[in-house]
Design a protein around this ligand. Structure first.
Ligand code: CP
Length: 367
């Protein structure tokens, strides 16, 4: 199939809004264990959604299809839930970790005189002959800002593929997490549509971390809430602003669905009246090529008056806000354990919804 006709999911900004809405509905349906139908389910309904077509006499949507997952970086949730989603739809699934039992891949145009035995162009070409969908996890380089903010390596893979490519977290976006998070928020009654919907105040709260983490989840979490039409506040220290282009995309998405997006460097003020707190650490874009400056900025911050760690006291200043995190999370660094164990925390629901969301995505690609 010509590349232009392929249903890649590199990020939701490049997919028609109707497809996003359809996949959100289908995620909600899978979460209800229906595999069909619309409407917000209750979170924590369980992961036992049936194979599509089971009991109906119709073949499962993935029957006879194969999914190949390529993980350049570690994963727990994405790897397990994507394998389960493919199997749950009746498809076969194979997982590849480049350099671990397979050849390491070279990327550049030059002679391959280094340790890598295979070029990414051949590797993707070969996997396209085996698979009906390629899932790829490929984090930010952390050193080449322009390549990361354009997801250059993921696009290189998509260009070399002759089957749809699903982004399993790239340098700049995590669309599977984005859909799952939006569906959790929707199930909690947030958003601009539906009988019981209310906009709600969503705070993306920058969190401390020993390393300058990539911005993919932060970008996608903000986009999820903005697409739903929530009032989004990005609370982050000075010098830790997100990419202006992503902020613009979030503002446009929020405006289109009745919400708003603003920024604040005052975490305490941002938490007041919040309905949802989403904690996530990320590095400073302005210090991308200067690790020493990034380390100094982080050290200065953590010795300052605001810890930025999410504490029970901070949560008590909200409107009994739900606590969200994509996981994995560092207890006592990003958030205190008593916030995670509180009934308002929905981080495990987010992880569960990854399975439902990825079924919805595969179903859309194959429909
Ligand atoms: N949230 C998420 O993507 O988790 P993993 O890194 O474990 O896949």
């Amino acid at each position: 199939m010509p590349e232009s006709e392929l249903r890649h999911l590199l990020n939701w900004n490049e997919v028609p809004p109707g497809t996003w809405a359809h996949c959100l509905d289908r995620t909600a349906a899978y979460a209800c264990g229906e595999g069909a139908g619309l409407g917000p389910p209750a979170v924590g309904a369980g992961v036992g959604a049936p194979v599509v077509g089971a009991g109906s006499g119709a073949p499962a949507v993935g029957a006879g299809r194969e999914v190949v997952l390529v993980f350049f970086n570690d994963s727990l949730r994405t790897r397990v839930s994507m394998e389960m989603a493919a199997r749950g739809l009746g498809a076969g699934v194979s997982t590849v970790v480049p350099g671990q039992g397979t050849w390491g891949f070279a990327w550049g145009p030059g002679a391959m005189t280094g340790g890598e035995a295979e070029h990414i162009e051949e590797a993707v070409g070969v996997l396209s002959r085996y698979a009906d969908v390629l899932g790829v996890r490929l984090f930010a380089s952390g050193t080449d800002l322009e390549a990361d903010r354009t997801d250059a390596r993921l696009r290189q893979i998509a260009a070399a593929a002759s089957v749809p490519v699903v982004n399993l977290e790239s340098a700049w976006y995590h669309p599977c997490q984005e859909l799952a998070d939006a569906a959790v928020l929707y199930s909690l009654g947030f958003g601009s549509e539906g009988e019981r919907a209310r906009r709600g105040k969503f705070v993306l709260s920058w969190a401390p971390h020993p390393r300058p983490l990539p911005m993919a989840v932060a970008n996608s979490a903000m986009m999820a809430a903005a697409r739903l039409g929530m009032d989004v506040t990005v609370a982050r220290p000075g010098g830790f602003g997100l990419d202006g282009a992503v902020m613009d995309a979030a503002r446009a998405a929020a405006a289109g669905s009745g919400g708003s997006v603003e920024e604040s460097s005052d975490q305490r003020a941002a938490f007041e009246g919040a309905d949802v707190i989403y904690a996530k650490g990320w590095g400073g874009m302005g210090r991308y090529d200067d690790p020493a400056a990034e380390e100094a900025a982080r050290t200065a911050l953590l010795s300052g008056p605001a810890s930025w760690r999410v504490t029970r006291k901070l949560m008590d200043s909200t409107r009994e806000a739900r606590f969200m995190h994509c996981l994995p999370v560092r207890r006592g660094v990003v958030v205190d354990a008593d916030v995670l164990s509180h009934p308002t925390a929905v981080h495990l629901d987010q992880a569960e919804y990854r399975l439902h969301a990825q079924k919805a995505i595969l179903e859309w690609i194959w429909s």
